[in-house]
Ligand binder design. Structure first.
Ligand code: FAD
Length: 502
């Protein structure tokens, strides 16, 4: 993916694109791949880096959603389990099966979850990836050596899938490019153009690196901007009332010693009635998440002190080595776009299903949903957009389309003893994956910021120097990049919270 060439192609094209996609998260990337692989010409515009929004901040689960089963949302669970099966087949390099154990502290609880997980198995049908079963106390301790075992009565094991969200996103985009899609990061859509009949026929966007504006023509425009979708709907239909509401979720990342073994823990009922996961992830443990209503969407949300306390308070009940604030390696927050259907008491009770809207000017907005269902969301959005624009009828092919693996980077010396980041990997991230800033490399092309914020801050000057050489930048750029990264990374660093900065 070469940004300079892509910008030239976007700016130089006089013909309308079949599809312009706004937003470079999971949903937009999925739409670009779906449209490009059907043979449509497609341009995707992302205002910041790919995945800067919610799509790099998930719990990293490709799952049916045990919680949605409890809420009785059977169709969402069934659809998600089907998509899980497709992702395991189409992207095995980045999505893998994982074992999840529900520890039970009463016999009644154990019977309840054995029954519930059998239903989950049943809903997976031919996409099942392993049967759930009851575990005795000793088996639970064998799978989760650090489980709190006073009064433990046994548990239930079931199987779901885990992934690296930002990595899958980049690989979906690279696959879209192989099929002819043109992708641009750091390009913000600032307005929508309309023809004499009031129908959208193009977009105006700004290249944020060069402060330059461009217009492109489009037969149809898909708004896949997640929590920002109301602002794009507003460009099309001023005064339109937003249909989504926002809820923040926080994760803590800890050293692996807090969760030994290969299995994850699924805590079925936290003090606020949600589920909480403790998951082995890239040599660390990921614990989350929360569900806190927030007023305004933002690209760099920050955890509340109360959310960190909530996660620690619930996790310590299940772990024999009790984590404290001092053990946190990184804290990250993301915001969910949730569809509002009338007044709901709690954001956690709102559906994680997706919704397609077409306004009077033909703007196709796709909102809500889950990472797990990104492919199906994209298929539905492109079907709708093609119908609105009167494009040729072509069926989606993504259900059986393999997602490309990252190209090999030149092997050379690791820059850090704890993380396998190399000069070659940074160069590859720039040349093949459009990384433009130190944050792009440390937060999303590698996940070091999410795994250990202090280590990422230490690495930033070396990464900036290597990037500057590759991008033809000088000392001023290096200094500015390090300073900018430090501001963002401070929000992930546990010290930021313990010092009461928030
Ligand atoms: C805490 C948390 C945990 C989650 N865990 C899971 C999980 O484990 N499994 C799962 O399946 N799902 C999970 N989800 C849900 C999943 O992460 C989201 O549904 C998904 O990432 C949303 O993707 P998106 O592309 O719609 O939005 P985003 O990723 O936010 O992408 C929208 C993009 O649009 C861009 N944009 C906005 N305005 C403009 C503009 N004017 N011009 C150009 N670009 C623009 C933004 O910069 C952004 O990058 C979780 C969500 C949260 C918050």
């Amino acid at each position: 993916m070469d940004r300079r060439l892509n910008l030239k192609e976007a700016a130089g094209r006089t013909e309308p694109w079949d599809v312009v996609v706004i937003g470079g998260g999971a949903t937009g990337a999925g739409c670009a791949l779906d449209a490009a692989s059907r043979g449509f010409s497609v341009l995707l515009l992302e205002q910041q880096d790919f995945g800067k929004g919610t799509s790099s901040r998930s719990t990293k689960l490709i799952h049916g959603g045990v919680r949605y089963l409890r809420q009785g949302n059977i169709s969402l669970v069934r659809e998600s389990l089907r998509e899980r099966g497709l992702l395991l087949k189409n992207a095995p390099h980045v999505v893998h099966k994982g074992a999840f154990v529900i520890p039970c502290y009463s016999i009644w609880e154990k019977s309840f979850y054995v029954f519930g997980m059998k239903l989950y198995d049943l809903l997976a049908g031919k996409h099942s990836i392993g049967s759930s079963r009851a575990l005795g106390r000793a088996e639970v301790v064998e799978k989760l050596p650090n489980i709190h075992y006073d009064n433990l009565k046994g548990g239930v094991i079931y199987f779901d899938a885990q992934f690296d969200d930002a990595r899958l996103l980049i690989d979906i985009l690279r696959t879209a490019e192989t099929h002819g899609g043109v992708l641009l990061n750091y390009c913000r859509v600032t307005s929508l153009m309309k023809n004499r009949n009031g129908m959208i026929d193009g977009v105006e966007f700004e290249d944020l690196e060069a402060d330059e504006k461009f217009t492109v023509r489009a037969k149809t425009v898909i708004n896949a901007t997640g929590i920002f979708s109301p602002s794009v709907q507003e460009m099309s239909d001023p005064g339109s009332s937003p249909r989504i509401t926002f809820s923040q979720g926080v994760h803590l990342v800890l050293d692996r010693r807090f969760l030994l073994g290969d299995s994850a823990i699924m805590i079925p009922k936290t003090s606020d009635g949600r589920v909480l996961f403790c998951i082995p992830w890239k040599g660390r443990v990921l614990i989350g998440t929360t569900d806190t209503p927030v007023g305004l969407p933002t690209l760099e949300p920050q955890a509340l002190e109360s959310e960190i306390d909530f996660i620690l308070d619930n996790a310590v009940k299940y772990l024999s080595i009790k984590p404290t604030r001092g053990d946190i390696k990184s804290v990250f927050a993301g915001i969910r776009p949730l569809i509002m259907k009338g007044p709901a008491a709690k954001t956690s009770s709102l559906s994680r299903g997706h919704e397609l809207l077409v306004d009077a000017s033909g703007l196709v907005t796709i909102t809500g949903g889950k990472w797990t269902t990104y492919r199906k969301m994209a298929e539905d959005a492109v079907d709708k957009a093609a119908a609105v624009a009167g494009l040729d009828r072509r069926n989606s092919v993504t259900a059986s389309l393999p997602i490309e693996q990252p190209a090999n980077s030149e092997d050379d010396t690791a820059l850090d003893s704890n993380f396998a980041i190399t000069r070659g990997e940074i160069v590859r991230a720039i040349r093949d994956e459009m990384a433009r800033t130190v944050e792009d490399v440390l937060a999303r092309r590698t996940r070091i910021l999410f795994l250990d914020a202090d280590a990422a801050i230490r690495l930033a000057p070396r990464v900036a120097e290597i990037m500057a050489k590759e991008l033809g930048r000088g000392d001023v750029w290096i200094k500015a990049q390090v300073a900018e990264f430090e501001v963002v990374a401070a929000g992930y660093a546990p010290g930021f919270y313990s010092k009461g900065n928030h």
